[in-house]
Ligand binder design. Structure first.
Ligand code: URA
Length: 296
C-alpha cells in the first residue's frame, strides 16, 4: 500500500514539475485537496544514511592507461570520440572546460539570475560519478553541487559506501540554478531547452573523467544523460549504459527527504550496493544489511 502511495506521490510531483517546466502555472484542484494541502507539513529531518560507518578502503582512481575511450554520442562518429589523455593534459583540459562553463551565458535568463555557476566537484580521476538535476538555492550560493539538505544526504550515502565525498565526482545536468521569477523559495525542473543547452558541458566532463560507473540521481538526470523519460520508479535499480559506461539510475536524495520510509532508503541502498559490486569495492556484512527490517 505504502509503495503504491509513494509511486502515486512521485508520479504526481513529476507530472506537476513537467507541467511547470512547460509554462503551465495553474492546475484545477478540488476544495478537499486544497484543505489537505493547507494542513501543516510533518517536520522533516535529514535521515541518517547509515550513520556510523567503518572506514573501508577508499576507491582507487582509475589509472589513465586503463581508461576506455567513451563510445561516441549520437551524431558523433567513432573518430570524434576522444582518446585517453595523459594526466597533465587531462587536468589542463578540465580546467579549460571549467573556465568556459564559469562564464557561460548561453541561457541569458539563468546567467542573469544565478549567483554562481555550479560546475561540479570532486576527484577528476574518480571511478564513480554522481549526476543530479540542477543546483538549488544553497548550491547557487556556495557554487558547489549538493551542499543543501539533499546534498547532506548524498554525502551520507557516499560515506556509507566507505568513501570520502572527495573521492567521487559530483555534477548536475544544469550548471545554473533554474530561475524562479516571482518566487522567494522553491526550485523548478530544468526545461528541455535548458537541458539541451547545458548538457554538452556534462558530456565533456564525463569524457574527461571517464568514470567506471555513473549514478543518475532522479528522473531528470536519467533524461539528460539517456534521453529516457521512463519514470524513475520503473528504471531505478536497472543498469543502463551511457556511451558504454554502466549507469545506475536511482532516486534523487530529495525524494528520500520527502519520503522517509525505510523501504525507500533500502531501495537506494540496494542500488548503491550494486554500484559497489560493479566497482569491486569491499562490502561488509553490516553494509549489506543497512535498512533491512530488524537490522541496526
Ligand atoms: N539537487 C540537485 O539535483 N543538484 C544539486 O546540486 C542540489 C540539489
Amino acid at each position: 500500500m505504502a509503495a503504491i502511495y509513494d509511486e502515486l506521490l512521485e508520479a504526481t510531483i513529476q507530472r506537476l514539475e513537467d507541467l511547470e517546466s512547460r509554462g503551465v502555472r495553474y492546475v484545477p484542484v478540488s476544495m478537499e485537496t486544497l484543505r489537505q494541502l493547507m494542513l501543516p507539513p510533518k517536520p522533516v529531518q535529514i535521515p541518517d544514511f547509515k550513520p556510523k560507518v567503518e572506514k573501508t578502503k577508499a576507491a582507487i582512481p582509475v589509472p589513465i592507461a586503463e581508461q576506455r575511450p567513451l563510445l561516441p554520442l549520437p551524431g558523433e562518429t567513432a573518430v570524434t570520440a576522444k582518446p585517453p589523455l595523459d594526466p597533465s593534459e587531462k587536468s589542463a583540459a578540465f580546467a579549460a572546460l571549467r573556465e568556459r562553463a564559469m562564464v557561460c551565458v548561453k541561457c541569458g535568463h539563468l546567467a542573469s539570475s544565478r549567483k554562481n555557476v555550479v560546475f561540479g566537484v570532486g576527484n577528476i580521476d574518480a571511478q564513480l560519478m554522481f549526476v543530479g538535476e540542477a543546483p538549488g538555492a544553497d548550491e547557487d550560493t556556495e557554487g558547489e553541487p549538493f551542499v543543501g539538505r539533499a546534498g547532506e544526504l548524498l554525502t551520507k550515502i557516499i560515506q556509507a559506501m566507505g568513501l570520502p565525498r572527495s573521492d567521487v565526482y559530483i555534477a548536475n545536468i544544469l550548471k545554473c540554478r533554474p530561475d524562479t521569477p516571482g518566487q522567494t523559495a522553491g526550485n523548478r525542473k530544468p526545461t528541455t531547452d535548458e537541458m539541451a543547452t547545458c548538457i554538452p558541458y556534462l558530456h565533456e566532463q564525463i569524457d574527461l573523467i571517464r568514470p567506471k560507473v555513473l549514478v543518475a540521481l532522479g528522473a531528470t538526470a536519467v533524461e539528460g544523460l539517456l534521453g529516457k523519460t521512463v519514470g524513475i520508479m520503473k528504471l531505478r535499480g536497472h543498469w543502463q549504459t551511457y556511451r558504454g559506461t554502466p549507469l545506475m539510475p536511482t532516486f534523487h536524495p530529495a525524494y528520500l527527504l520527502r519520503n522517509q520510509a525505510m523501504s525507500e532508503k533500502r531501495k537506494v541502498w540496494e542500488d548503491i550496493l550494486d554500484v559497489m559490486e560493479k566497482l569491486e569495492m569491499p562490502i561488509s556484512e553490516k553494509q549489506r544489511k543497512y535498512f533491512l527490517k530488524g537490522s541496526s
